[in-house]
Design a binder for this molecule. Structure first.
Ligand SMILES: [Fe+2]
Ligand SMILES: [Fe+2]
Ligand SMILES: [Fe+2]
Length: 431
């Protein structure tokens, strides 16, 4: 029997923010550094605790709507022609999660310049979004290869030059008060920023309950899956298959709940894989395959360092391990692969081969069964679990497809439409 989860909320948020930005050294910790700046300004403005927390959450995930690594880098370098798209997608993602929903407007308007706020320029929505605007703008102007204190004058000039036009004067003034402190800049550029925010930042003493953990995991499931049309329902399918197999296997309700979360998170490390590789129609090169293979390592390191998610991190991250030790990244072998991880591995293969991929169509039952049996023969998958899957094929397959259909509709109706036509959504979202 598993004990109830005990997870620090601050650590959970910081780790997930980091996960999104681990994709490239060019954007590493961008959202966390932005959150630090925004948090400092919000404190200097003496905003309420609730507003400070919302600004912090919005900042930690403000670019969550930039689904591909390529988009993230373009936005970071001020190259994105239309930054609205990722703001609208970000708002839609935040809206699906009760703990994040109060911060959705800040994400929606984090690229809206001051002069476009018009008569409501002093409203809380405008102020909170403008704090994030400044923080994000500043973070992207910092040269990461130069000592930070040597850049302060130049950065101050860059911010004052857009005061009153892009950024509200009052917020620029608050920033200038903070900017005279060396500790602000040294914390911001410190490799220990994660620890600093963990021990001194908002949420340092709060725990996250199961329902909120679940809903944030579902938000991440969509963010990971919606990176590509081909994987748009993958984690939904894997989680559902794993839940059904766990019940059939006789795991406890508590274990089944945690395996669902593990299914949502299993490909978390795919934030580190560019879409050009994920969607490549041809065979991957050895080097490209190496980039793919790091995803389960990152899934493990992000989840495991949060603390309190031991089973979830292992069940999520071991889905490419094989019983004969030839899997990756741990080469764990049968004595180290427990039941939850075996279920996840079978669920991942079952779901993946039934789905369309850029290089092939989804497979039919006969072919799927042949592949699964083959994997058992080659000591990759667990025999008992594969037999359970085959014995209950119809029921599992139809339940998985039903869940995937719901995710597919959300993806097509909301995300694919917004991505290709953001202006259709602009009017309805004006503050
Ligand atoms: Fe952004
Ligand atoms: Fe950003
Ligand atoms: Fe995977």
């Amino acid at each position: 029997m598993l004990k109830e989860l005990s997870v620090n909320f601050g650590n959970f948020l910081l780790s997930l923010s980091d996960a999104i930005d681990l994709a490239s050294s060019q954007i590493a910790s961008h959202q966390m550094r932005t959150a630090f700046i925004a948090w400092q300004i919000a404190k200097a403005a003496s905003l309420s605790k609730e507003r400070i927390e919302n600004i912090f959450i919005a900042s930690l995930f403000h670019d969550i709507g930039a689904l591909s690594l390529e988009d993230k880098i373009k936005i970071h370098k001020f190259e994105e022609v239309n930054p609205e798209t990722h703001c609208i997608l970000g708002e839609a993602l935040f809206d699906s999660t009760p703990l994040f929903a109060p911060a959705k407007k800040i994400v929606r308007y984090h690229h809206r310049p001051c002069h476009l706020w018009g008569s409501i320029v002093a409203s809380p929505d405008a102020i909170d979004s403008q704090i994030l605007y400044l923080a994000d703008y500043l973070e992207r102007k910092i040269n990461r290869n130069q000592f930070i204190l040597h850049q302060v004058d130049d950065l101050n000039d860059k911010i004052t030059s857009v005061s009153g036009n892009l950024i509200n004067d009052d917020i620029v003034n608050l920033f200038m008060e903070i900017s005279c402190r060396e500790d602000f800049w040294l914390d911001l550029s410190s490799s220990r920023l994660y620890s600093i925010l963990l021990h001194s930042g908002p949420f340092r003493r709060s725990e996250i309950d199961y329902d909120n953990l679940f809903s944030i995991a579902a938000l991440f499931r969509n963010t990971i899956d919606f990176k590509s049309r081909f994987t748009a329902t993958h984690s939904t399918g894997v989680a559902e298959c794993a839940v059904m197999l766990s019940r059939l296997f006789g795991l406890t309700d508590n274990e089944v709940k945690q395996i669902e979360i593990a299914g949502y998170f299993h490909d978390l490390g795919k934030f580190a894989v560019p879409n050009s590789i994920l969607e490549k129609p041809d065979k991957l090169t050895k080097d490209e395959y190496a980039v793919i293979r790091q995803h389960t390592y990152f899934t493990y390191s992000v989840l495991n360092t949060i603390g309190g998610l031991d089973h979830i991190s292992e069940w999520a991250a071991f889905h490419h391990e094989k019983l004969d030790g030839s899997g990756y990244p741990f080469h764990a072998g049968s004595d180290k692969i427990n039941t939850g991880a075996r279920i996840m591995a079978a669920s991942d293969i079952f779901t993946a081969i039934a789905e369309d991929r850029p290089y092939r169509k989804g497979m039919e039952r006969e072919k799927i069964e042949t592949i699964l049996k083959n994997q058992v023969e080659h000591k990759a998958l667990d025999k008992k679990i594969v037999n359970l899957l085959i014995e209950n094929f119809e029921e599992i397959s139809s339940q998985v497809k039903e869940k995937q259909l719901v995710s597919r509709e959300i993806f097509e109706m909301k995300f694919a439409t917004i991505k290709h036509n953001p202006h259709r959504f602009n009017g309805a979202h004006n503050a």
